[in-house]
Ligand binder design. Sequence first.
Ligand code: GDP
Ligand code: CA
Length: 337
Amino acid sequence: MRAITVLSGGMGGAKFLQGVLHGIRHGLLPGVAEDAVVTVVANTADDLWAHGLKICPDLDTVMYTLGDGIDPGRGWGRRDETWSAKEELAAYGVEPTWFGLGDRDIATHLVRTQMLDAGYPLSAVTEALCRRWLVPVLGDAVRLLPMTDDRVETHVAIADPDSPSGRRVVHFQEYWVRLRAEVPAEALLFVGLDEATPGPGVIDAITDADLVVLPPSNPVVSIGTIVGVPRVREALRATRAPVVGLSPIVGGSHVRGMAEQLLTTIGVEVSAAAVGLHHGSRADDGILDGWLVDERDADQVERVRAGGLACAAVPLMMTDPGATAAMAAAAIRLVAT
Ligand code: GDP
Ligand code: CA
């Protein structure tokens, strides 16, 4: 196997990718060549405009993580970050004051916004940013592709007794960062998703892959949005490559993040099996051949198999790159045998 394509959100996807790269480097992935190329199709539905800047949280989390610029404690943003610009903006009372905008990080957003203003598509901008972060560390072993160059934004409807409709719609970032996902998400709106065009290389990355992996990313607002880009689902269903996913739900909980809240919003039970069955088997009209669940969810394996998926239970906690590489190896074994 030479061409591996991973559909990624931010932190979960980035951590998984670290494990995949560790596995390739140390020959831990069965059947995977040491010069394998990993193509990352990243979610861009979390993107926002703030203070005149285009911010792409998931692209940046993947880029900083693989380029060794991430703050490992937070899991997002830059290491050794300072917050002067954010404090100054807040002193002016300019919203959004809740968004974590670090000084170093702002440089990335400035470069991105300038290039977009000059007419470059997000994919070209991302490639330019990766020339700083990925190429020096990884050469051409990793390609980072936005799922689309078009503007797509996840918005969340929440209850608001002060509004005539009883509801208010906020950007996903406001729901997550300011509201901490602590109020019920009554509905999700994926603005622009139905009209989006897959980014350059996205469909080919799926069609020409030797293996496609859905890492333990958020099934609703990371994987769900990528698969919601027109033609991506069809490409996953048509590719000759096996398609395997790893559960982001372990023991009925999302480990970290807000998958539980959003699964509830879309009416999917918060369990490893239910998420796998929600993606579905390619033998029916789903997108997966196999689904890995955590060893704590071993009692759900039969239920997943009954849905037409290969399934196994292994440890799925991404505690370090070695443990994560073992998860990737188990995923490959599941669909390659
Ligand atoms: P985000 O964009 O930063 O929210 O990151 P992703 O969408 O890529 O992944 C977030 C999801 O990863 C969370 O909702 C969790 O369900 C999942 N997750 C985080 N850490 C782990 C882990 O160690 N193991 C597993 N199985 N899932 C994890
Ligand atoms: Ca995200």
